[in-house]
Design a protein around this ligand. Sequence first.
Ligand SMILES: NC(=O)c1ccc[n+]([C@@H]2O[C@H](COP(=O)([O-])OP(=O)(O)OC[C@H]3O[C@@H](n4cnc5c(N)ncnc54)[C@H](OP(=O)(O)O)[C@@H]3O)[C@@H](O)[C@H]2O)c1
Length: 329
Amino acid sequence: MRSLMSVAPGGPDTLQLLDVPVPEPGPGELRLAVRACAINYPDTLVIEDKYQIRPPRPFAPGHEVAGVVEALGPGVTGPAVGTRVIASAPHGGLAEKLIARAAHCTPLPDGLSFEVGASLLVTYGTSYHALADRARLRAGETLLVLGAAGGVGIAAIELGKAMGARVIAAASTEDKAAVARAHGADAAIVYPPAATDGKALAALFKDACGKGGADVIYDPVGGDYAEPALRAIAWGGRYLVIGFPAGIPRIPLNLTLLKGCDICGVFWGSFVEREPDKHRAQVQELLRMCLDGRIRPEVSARFPLEQGAEALKTLSGRKAIGKVVVTME
Ligand SMILES: NC(=O)c1ccc[n+]([C@@H]2O[C@H](COP(=O)([O-])OP(=O)(O)OC[C@H]3O[C@@H](n4cnc5c(N)ncnc54)[C@H](OP(=O)(O)O)[C@@H]3O)[C@@H](O)[C@H]2O)c1
């Protein structure tokens, strides 16, 4: 089978398309014929040894897939061979076959394509867990979403609206702001591509959120955007720490005292391991929401496996809108 593999630390151009033996599933596992693998920002980091998880090389990046069950490991009773499923795995998605834990596979309803299915689990799963469990977002509250046209950003807009919030989107270009509006944001602002003037940026966020400030801030960007955003939080607000494409920020803790606010870490992968029943219920709810149109994963770019490096470059180059997907058909 073909697999796009990281053989040495480096950027997307270091990935090699290799012919490797078809893997056999062990106990608790199954083998999928991968049809689509959605790219997430961590895929750009893990191949450079810059992510918290460092798989032994060679490995294929990619941890969010949709495909068809092809073989079951010893003792595994389902999903049955032939079932269309979505799955998450630590890595290995950029390949024609993937070994996944059976417990991490969910049947994909007929009405949803492989591309949409592959784009649902990590992105919408993270935003659902963040907004519902960590922020306890309530109807009528104001939600500020940074990086709002990215993968988790669009998911946060749509889920925030579905939960009844007023959603203010923020992104680095007018095109991205337009996408955020199209996905339901009540308003969208454009911030500069480099957050050098913290005071001006804080004023921009405060102005967009209005007098009370943002009850919840969803931050998948970090860097110099984080502190100006926190300065726009409401009394009793919740600041969601999602990710750091712009760098890991340092926050003056006196702000939390002055605002009476909470800074909440979000680690979806660990949540899935620690609270599997709750996670499974959330995935079922996301599939229902997708089928009835309350959420609409946006697949803006598709690449065949042999051009998988280009898919990763789209994210690392800050060019991705919604989801970028690699297809194996
Ligand atoms: N905590 C968790 O459990 C969890 C789960 C999934 C993902 N994440 C994290 O969430 C973040 C976003 O992931 P994603 O898959 O949604 O990525 P994405 O689609 O590439 O979105 C990231 C956004 O960050 C902004 N950005 C700012 N500086 C950037 C830079 N130097 N390079 C690239 N983007 C930059 C971009 O928006 P603007 O151009 O509009 O600023 C971009 O749309 C990542 O850090 C990822 O690790 C965390």
